[in-house]
Design a protein around this ligand. Structure first.
Ligand SMILES: [Cu+2]
Length: 646
């Protein structure tokens, strides 16, 4: 987006001269700089990788039939940076009955096929006196967002302003989505089913819950006989899906990017059932309840995220539009450009499982890594290499054998020298370190760009991430083998059977488009929109509150053709389903089949610019869900649509 940014800056400079003096000064929000922590000052590979332990369960009366959890969202300090640098104030999930379980990212929920999980998700963003905690990060109140100050009549709307507001400083709405899970609507974490903390000082007139909270609360009580209350909701996950790598994260309307960036994400691993493999076939164990300290794990989930920090250790997130493209106003209400929201965000530091640039000792054997791109906007192209600063594109030292994607195992393992993974995508991979001598040092690097991904190859079509900072993720050091590897070699590994979806009965043509300012020439993007296509193939962009246009019949199998009319690749996520990627087609070219690693079920897939991506899904659960772009900045500003089944 370098080109566009230059255009915008030039246009803004020219335009400002024409504006009344009041628009030019004073500057409302400081640009980044000054107190931003230089990532070059963060020592790499001095902190061991954290393997998140399992989330402790809550005891329950019917604990033998359902796994019960009581999970709060709290604010706390964590040593995200190396211990020579300050701690970071983060938000994270944890079991309210186990205060030491609060961590960013969350401890892992281990779920068994066929055994439901019921979670009481509690908003505990409170101080010791029970007063609400404001957001850690600058929250733009001019988006179409949860908007608690709007009260019952104007919650979940885009509020009007007479002058450009500063960031929202009131109580923060949350609602948790189990990403990848196929659950009834009231348990999906619908973006307008948010709730504030049960604080003593919620201002009078504020909506304490989103517009769908009460309806889904009543549905949940009818369906499961458990009630919701002030500051919490209860969701139940059936765990009827294929064994998969799911994750949970916040999904509150218009504030998801900030809630997730503050730390609200964790793994949810579903095991067992007909689409899993017996214990011992794949590398393991993963953490289990009651593990002694220091236990060795050969199955490890890796949540990779980009972050920036202030010199005091606090999280940095842009406090004004100018950080993105230098545009200094006029903003809403004197134009249609939001004052604080940034169209994308790229941190300057790589964090894995809540630590910057960690190191992991690995034995010369096979490991299973469940990779999650947990970044807001950043794509990752991961590679294992011998030299961290190797010239890009670097030669791979070891391949990844991908065995699974978002919806469980692939039909067969796929060898990949590099793993391209978009925000919210997961790749379940095996890496075999067996051939390497003790003491060998390897690096997990990233060659995706430090800006919006548009497809193409590193160093040919785009500059790869800065090799000194965001171009590095983790270090792996080979240590001595402690026990022989008895897992099945890749050449003999056969994965669980895979049943493709049936024939589709309908094709929907959908669009992704980008809108610039309607009032200020050349200023943009203002927002990205989903929508439909008209008969002539022109985009019909839709906003969050436009009427539902995607309404599959219950049980229908449909093909969704995603026409991307923007310049960037967008990771498209559809709730409630696991889809198959059929093919992709650029204008005037033959369709290309899905990538080999997309041969299983997915819930998020890349829609490349200037082309069509065809997805097939069966919509077999009635209710109201959403589909959206998983670049969280896009999602938060209108690039999300409700859809209904049945
Ligand atoms: Cu997007």
């Amino acid at each position: 987006m370098v080109t566009r940014r230059r255009v915008v800056q030039a246009a803004a400079g020219g335009m400002l001269a024409l504006l009344p003096a009041g628009y030019m000064a004073p500057r409302l929000w400081a640009p980044p700089g000054g107190d931003l922590l230089d990532p070059g000052k963060v020592d790499k590979y001095v902190t061991p990788l954290v393997v998140p332990p399992v989330m402790p369960q809550a005891g329950g009366g019917i604990a033998d039939r359902i796994d019960h959890y009581v999970i709060g969202v709290r604010q706390f300090q964590q040593q995200v940076l190396p211990s020579s640098l300050p701690t970071t104030t983060v938000w994270g999930y944890g079991s309210t009955l186990h205060p030491r379980s609060f961590h960013y990212p969350a401890f892992t929920i281990e779920a068994r096929f066929g055994k439901p999980v019921r979670v009481r998700w509690m908003n505990q963003l409170l101080d010791r006196k029970g007063r609400y905690r404001p957001h850690l990060l600058p929250l733009d109140p001019t988006l179409h967002w949860a908007n608690p100050p709007g009260g019952a009549s104007a919650r979940d709307s885009r509020p009007g302003f007479r002058s450009t507001p500063g960031p929202y400083s009131g109580p923060v709405p949350i609602v948790t989505h189990l990403h990848g899970g196929r659950n009834t609507e009231e348990s999906d974490g619908y973006t307008e089913a948010w709730y504030l903390p049960n604080a003593v000082d919620v201002p009078a007139g504020y909506a304490e819950v989103g517009s769908f909270y009460e309806k889904f609360r009543d549905k949940f009580e009818d369906r499961f006989g458990d009630s919701w209350g002030r500051g919490y909701a209860v969701f139940q996950y059936a765990n009827a899906e294929r064994a998969s790598t799911f994750w949970f994260h916040d999904h509150a309307l218009g504030v998801t990017r900030l809630n997730v960036y503050a730390g609200l994400a964790g793994f949810y691993l579903l095991r067992g059932g007909p689409a899993d493999l017996p214990d011992g076939v794949l590398p393991g164990p993963a953490p289990r309840a009651g593990d002694p300290p220091g236990r060795k794990y050969y199955e490890i989930p890796l949540a990779i995220q980009d972050r920036s920090f202030h010199v005091d250790g606090s999280l940095f997130y842009p406090a004004g539009r100018a950080a993105f493209d230098g545009f200094r106003g006029p903003y809403i209400p004197d134009s249609d450009i939001t004052p604080i929201w940034n169209p994308e965000f790229f941190g300057n530091t790589m964090v894995t499982n809540g630590r910057t640039w960690p190191v992991l000792q690995v034995e010369p054997r096979r490991y299973r890594f469940r990779l999650l791109n947990g970044c807001n906007s950043r794509y990752l192209i991961l590679k294992i290499v011998t030299r961290a600063l190797a010239h890009r594109p670097a030669a791979p030292a070891l391949p990844f054998w991908q065995i699974g994607s978002e919806g469980g195992f692939l039909p067969a393992p796929v060898r990949r020298d590099q793993v391209l993974i978009a925000p919210a995508e997961r790749a379940d991979v095996i890496v075999d370190f067996a051939s390497l001598p003790v003491g060998t040092e390897l690096y997990l690097i990233n060659e995706a760009p430090d800006k919006a991904f548009q497809g193409g190859k590193a160093s040919t079509d785009f500059s790869p991430a800065d090799p000194a900072t965001t171009g590095q993720v983790m270090k792996l050091v080979i240590e001595a083998l402690t026990t022989p590897d008895t897992t099945v070699p890749l050449s003999q590994l056969s994965l669980p059977s895979f049943e493709p979806l049936g024939k589709a009965s309908r094709i929907r043509r959908l669009s992704l488009s980008e809108q610039n300012s309607a009032s200020l020439p050349h200023i943009g993007p203002r927002q990205m929109l989903l929508g439909t296509l008209d008969r002539n193939g022109a985009a019909v962009p839709m906003r969050w509150d436009d009427p539902v246009t995607e309404n599959p019949a219950l049980g229908a199998t449909e093909i969704w053709e995603i026409h991307n009319l923007t310049k960037d690749a967008h990771p498209i996520h559809i709730h409630e389903v696991q889809f198959q990627v059929l093919d992709r087609q650029q204008a005037n070219h033959a369709a290309r089949p899905a990538e080999p690693w997309e041969s299983g079920f997915k819930d998020t897939a890349i829609a490349y610019p200037g082309g069509v991506t065809r997805l097939k899904a069966t919509f077999d659960r009635a209710g109201r869900y959403v589909w959206h772009c998983h670049m969280l900045e896009h999602e938060d500003n209108e690039m999300m649509r409700p859809y209904t089944v049945g």
